[in-house]
Ligand binder design. Structure first.
Ligand code: ADP
Length: 302
């Protein structure tokens, strides 16, 4: 089984003729709410692939909190480690203009209160888990404590370093088995643009010099570059007709962890991650776009 220690958010999306100017009111054309947060997305991605998955984090006492928990339960993610905190749930207010441009304001809400008490809840559950999946949408101090405890217990720790914080994250590397940035995050971590397998290889080398062990750089429609302490390899993306790349990286995390939990090699796990990421781009949305196991198996054997 795996544990995801991270964020849950409700995304509130409006369609607008154009982006707003200061003081302006516009009439939009559509509104929808969709559950998100990298933590919850990755938990859903893993659970839909059949991995026994638990979520640890916080939602607020509002209706969004209830809905976020219900969405996780609906795909079988264990939620008794999610605390309902006396504040509002994490939200992202998203405006999508007719031109396709967007503006997003995220507010952490309950996610921002995750602290050592959540890490204590995590500790008891780590005893019978194989893998801990982390991102950076909750306070970094809690992420570090979680990684440290899990590492000490011999649990495999994977960090998706998104969003990259202003403070250095290298102090986390000793407790992380796999560091998994996309190209933008890799670029922010190393301070030069990462846009290709070649630049990803250089970036992975820099991150390993800073103490990272295995580094996986997700390169969107190009594929995935991977550097372990022993070897490097590249897995090309699966050719698909992508319509919405939202949460492809979260789907990748689900595919990767599913393979690792089932005992596959890292190379096989990266292939599974790439397959889940590709499938997620063929559907709209985040959690709704995560492939289920039959779809995933059919895609891999096609
Ligand atoms: P993130 O969502 O974190 O930015 P990416 O966009 O790199 O991550 O997507 C994660 C993985 O999903 C990629 O490494 C790739 O394997 C797969 N993927 C993403 N976009 C596409 C695409 N257009 N076609 C095929 N596979 C894709």
């Amino acid at each position: 089984s795996i544990i995801v220690f991270g964020s849950l958010n409700m995304d509130l999306v409006v369609r607008s003729p154009r982006l707003l100017q200061s003081g302006e009111t516009l009439i939009g054309s559509d509104f929808y709410m969709t559950p998100g947060g990298k933590g919850a997305n990755q938990a859903v991605a893993a659970a839909k692939l059949g991995v026994l998955t638990e979520m640890i984090g916080r939602v607020g006492t509002d209706l969004f909190g209830l809905e976020l928990l219900a969405e996780l339960k609906a795909v079988g993610v264990g939620t008794d480690g999610v605390l309902v905190d006396a504040t509002h749930s994490g939200v992202a207010m998203i405006t999508v203009a007719a031109t396709g441009e967007n503006q997003i304001i995220g507010v952490f809400g309950a996610n921002g209160n995750v602290d050592e008490t959540d890490v204590e809840r995590l500790r008891t559950k780590l005893l019978d888990t194989q893998l801990l999946l982390l991102q950076l949408e909750i306070p970094i101090a809690a992420v570090k404590q979680a990684a440290q405890i899990a590492h000490g217990l011999g649990v495999q720790v994977i960090l998706d370093p998104a969003p990259v914080p202003t403070e250095a994250i290298a102090p986390l590397y000793p407790f992380i088995d796999i560091l998994m940035p996309n190209e933008i995050e890799a670029g922010q971590l190393v301070g030069f643009p990462v846009t290709s397998p070649d630049t990803a290889a250089i970036a992975a080398g820099v991150l390993q010099q800073q103490g990272a062990k295995t580094v996986i750089v997700k390169l969107g429609a190009q594929g995935v570059f991977c550097a372990t302490p022993d070897e490097t390899f590249f897995v090309p993306a699966f050719p698909v007709a992508a319509i919405d790349t939202v949460a492809a990286g979260d789907a990748f995390a689900g595919g990767l962890t599913a393979a690792l939990v089932e005992g596959a090699s890292l190379r096989q796990a990266v292939v599974w991650g790439a397959a889940a990421g590709a499938l997620a781009t063929t559907k709209k949305g985040a959690q709704a776009a995560m492939p289920d196991r039959p779809t995933f198996n059919a895609f891999l054997t096609a």
